[in-house]
Design a protein around this ligand. Structure first.
Ligand code: NAD
Ligand code: MG
Length: 386
């Protein structure tokens, strides 16, 4: 039996994680649930899974959460704010913490869990983009496992079981909803259009990142940290069908890939029950009925976010903190309809044209650089320049 602390339980990954927990009641028990602000769903999840700890990040929702839990609140520790989320990450009985918060907000809770020596199943890629330089050494020091949940990284992790160091990693990319869109119309797409992803149903922030291809850029940086690979040895392939989840190649010219239907529950289950693979009754891939599988190079002229992410990665962690923070600020401004789609990558490019330190060596530096980049992005949002 593994005890799971789930951070970001009310989101897309959080809900799918609870689906897996419900399928394996003898293997997985929910010890703690933390959510952002959707207290109706958080309370319903807590009443179903009966964790010892429940936390809502938005402190103004605390009283409502308690009320919704009713008499059940007596058996639970009900918490609020960042401190509450961190308490869930540190829950004494938790063997594994699944990080499914969106954005850099997930970094402090993941570091807190690692300090306690917990294994981490990580969906929240921004944690590594902004904090890989802190997370990786701490996981090593505490002998904690870092199990990828992001489908591409889970695929690579699976391909590397029992293997030597690969020569190259190949991350696949759906291309997002606008891959075939005319370049001149791209700057004018609306949040509604961008939120319709062809193959995956996900939270709003990652869906916009998928449309700009910044998501793939964040994943290149994530892969750099998880698999200790140089940026020159991480490639991206646009694969519209999302069946091949990623590939690795070796010096002997051999290539391994991991395939499956696009369903995040598969990598979630693999991370939680690693190295076992029990039957889960999910729909299975039938290669005789799938459309032909295609692979092409990404177009970084039309989607400069991917190129900017590689450049940030090569510059170092100070630049990746800034890249991530500026992107979060610009995506949220786009979702609020304050800026156009094209302004997301224009703003990113402007913020990245500043000098950023090569290393963000501690959490205080990460927080300070993050704030500076958000401020610059906000200025760009208002005036169209820095
Ligand atoms: P989402 O927006 O659907 O869910 C985010 C969750 O985090 C929600 O429960 C929200 O309430 C919570 N949250 C937000 N801010 C918080 C805070 N400050 N403190 C505590 N909780 C907070 O997002 P998602 O699609 O589930 O993605 C979560 C993470 O997983 C992201 O980093 C994303 O890039 C990554 N990811 C998602 C998918 C996917 O298919 N959805 C696939 C791969 C990776
Ligand atoms: Mg992914």
């Amino acid at each position: 039996m593994k005890h799971v602390s789930l951070l970001g339980s009310t989101g897309s990954i959080g809900r799918q994680t609870l689906d897996i927990c419900a399928r394996f009641p003898a293997e997985l028990q929910v010890a703690a649930l933390a959510g952002g602000s959707n207290v109706e769903l958080l309370a319903a999840q807590a009443l179903e899974f009966r964790p010892r700890l429940v936390a809502v990040a938005d402190e103004s929702k605390y009283a409502q959460l308690k009320e919704l839990l009713g008499a059940a609140a007596a058996d639970m520790e009900v918490l609020a704010g960042e401190a509450g989320v961190i308490a869930c990450a540190e829950a004494a009985e938790a063997d594994i913490v699944l990080g499914a918060i969106s954005g850099v907000a997930g970094l402090k809770p993941v570091l807190a869990a690692l300090q306690q020596g917990k294994d981490i199943a990580l969906a929240n890629k921004e944690v590594l983009v902004a904090g890989g330089q802190l997370v990786m050494p701490l996981a090593k020091e505490k002998n904690a496992a870092l199990l990828p949940v992001d489908s591409e990284h889970s695929a690579i992790f699976q391909c590397l079981q029992g293997e030597v160091k690969p020569q190259k990693l190949w991350l696949t990319c759906s291309g997002g909803p606008f891959w075939e869109y005319p370049a001149e119309q791209l700057p004018h797409v609306t949040p509604e259009m961008a939120l319709r992803h062809p193959n995956w149903s996900m939270g709003a922030k990652i869906t916009i990142d998928s449309a700009t291809l910044v998501n793939k850029g964040l994943e290149v940086i994530e892969a750099h940290w998880l698999f200790d690979m140089d940026y020159d040895d991480i490639e991206v392939l646009v694969h519209r069908q999302s069946i091949v989840h990623s590939l690795v190649s070796f010096a002997d010219a051999s290539v391994k890939a991991q395939l499956g239907l696009p369903d995040m529950r598969t990598p979630i289950q693999y991370a939680l029950l690693y190295p076992n693979r029990p039957e889960n009754a999910l729909p299975k891939l039938d290669l005789t009925t799938t459309p032909p599988l295609t692979f092409v190079k990404p177009d970084t002229d039309r989607f400069p976010g991917l190129r900017l992410a590689y450049e940030a990665g090569r510059r170092g962690s100070g630049a990746t903190v800034a890249f991530n923070a500026a992107n979060e600020a610009l995506v949220h401004a786009f979702l609020r309809k304050e800026i156009s789609f094209g302004t997301i990558t224009d703003g990113l490019s402007a913020v990245m044209s500043r000098d950023w330190p090569a290393l963000a060596a501690d959490l205080d530096t990460v927080v300070a650089l993050d704030a500076e980049a958000r401020e610059l992005a906000a200025r760009f949002t208002k005036g169209g320049k820095l």
